[in-house]
Design a protein around this ligand. Sequence first.
Ligand code: MG
Length: 223
Amino acid sequence: MRYAQLHYSHDNIPVGKILCIGRNYADHAKEMKAELPSTPVFFLKPSTALVYDGASIVLPTISSDVHHEVEMTVLIGADGKNIARSHALDHIAGYGIGLDMTLRDIQSIAKAKGLPWTLAKGFDTSAPLSTFAPSSSVPDPHALDVELLVNGSRRQHASTSSLLFHVEDLIVYISQFITLERGDILFTGTPEGVAQVQPGDQLVASLRHGDGSTLASLKVRVQ
Ligand code: MG
């Protein structure tokens, strides 16, 4: 069992499903030469993909092109099915930052064959995850900054105002198909700047308010 941790809380929340969204920033869809989706593109990672602050990402020997994708993450705090847009944010316990590590070479083969991305996206250590800032400290989840530094250099940076599908839309859409449960996590998609990582790289990801104050951060090393 893996757990999610909310700031200022001693609750360890068991993690259920990890639901990830692809192509949710226009500039990233462009760099991947992918069309903009008309409905959200979802895929799943297993909870065994999770690692936490201070951990290592273990590069699978089967891949020679592993990419970082920094993403705002959302912790679901209340169960729901067919959730109305006006109540969507009420189902969120907190906001954090995560990395959707991707075996780009394996994913490209799957895409070319029209096959699922599961193994390219769900391998062990593919989901480094921060602790979560309580949703009460986030008046607007679309007024935040996501950033990734690799060895101290900024590689990815965007405002969540650029999300194609807002968090409410993602919750409405997915809950028509899949019941959301307390402990589920959403990865909300990556902005442009995805690139290959190398053994020894240090990755520092953060989620910030517009004034620069940090809501959540994560530091991992590539092994
Ligand atoms: Mg992603």
